[in-house]
Design a binder for this molecule. Structure first.
Ligand code: MG
Length: 210
């Protein structure tokens, strides 16, 4: 499937991140379909690239998007790993800190009245969560434990008719890590979700109406 690139309030190529333009366009497209039903949530905001694709759709619908990230970087973002970026290192904390970059992105994209950053771990944010969500985008840690936690904690909150999107799906292990693909298979096997589309490494599922 091909998706029209949405009009975005900033030059998205200037935002650090790993979201492909076609995948971003698909996120925007499906978020726009459900955003009026209630708020959405993304897990793994990093510097806000996917947040802009999603947030712009939620803003147009007069809705809200929660942007969940501990902002200390995933395993592959740490020093010595392939996806480490030295710009994102906070010397005083001796750790990654992507939060200032997310704030900058949200301000530039005029999304501060739409996107609510949640600066914490996924499992902690989920502990007392009861709010139904129109859209959940899982793009957090890629270890099996992290991906399974994200699925277990957040998939139940997707409203019937709502969307569950998962990034970095690689059916062939030679192409990439298997944790996102495993939770994608769990979602389909649950009988609660049906597949709407796959766009490159993005899978878009819909919670079945019951
Ligand atoms: Mg990703």
């Amino acid at each position: 499937m091909q998706f029209t690139l949405p009009q975005l309030p900033i030059d998205i190529q200037q935002v650090k991140g790993f979201m492909d333009a076609q995948e971003g366009a698909a996120l925007h497209h499906y978020a726009a379909q459900v955003a009026e039903r209630g708020p959405g949530l993304e897990i793994g905001s990093y510097c806000g690239k996917s947040t802009v694709y999603l947030g712009t759709a939620f803003k147009a619908a007069g809705s809200l998007l929660f942007a969940l990230d501990h902002h200390r970087g995933s395993e592959e973002n740490q020093p010595g790993w392939d996806y480490h970026d030295t710009d994102l290192w906070d010397k005083a904390a001796d750790a990654m800190d992507t939060l200032p970059f997310l704030r900058r992105t949200l301000r530039a994209a005029r999304l501060e009245e739409t996107v609510i950053p949640l600066v914490t771990r996924s499992t902690l944010a989920a502990r007392f969560w009861t709010m139904p969500l129109s859209f959940v985008f899982i793009d957090g840690g890629h270890t099996f434990e992290a991906a399974a936690n994200d699925y277990r904690c957040w998939a139940p909150h997707v409203q019937p008719g709502g969307i569950l999107a998962i990034h970095d799906i690689f059916p062939d292990p030679a192409d990439g890590g298997q944790a996102p693909y495993e939770i994608y298979k769990l979602a389909l096997a649950s009988g609660l979700f049906e597949e709407l589309a796959t766009v490159k490494t993005l899978a878009v599922l819909r919670r079945i109406l019951v």
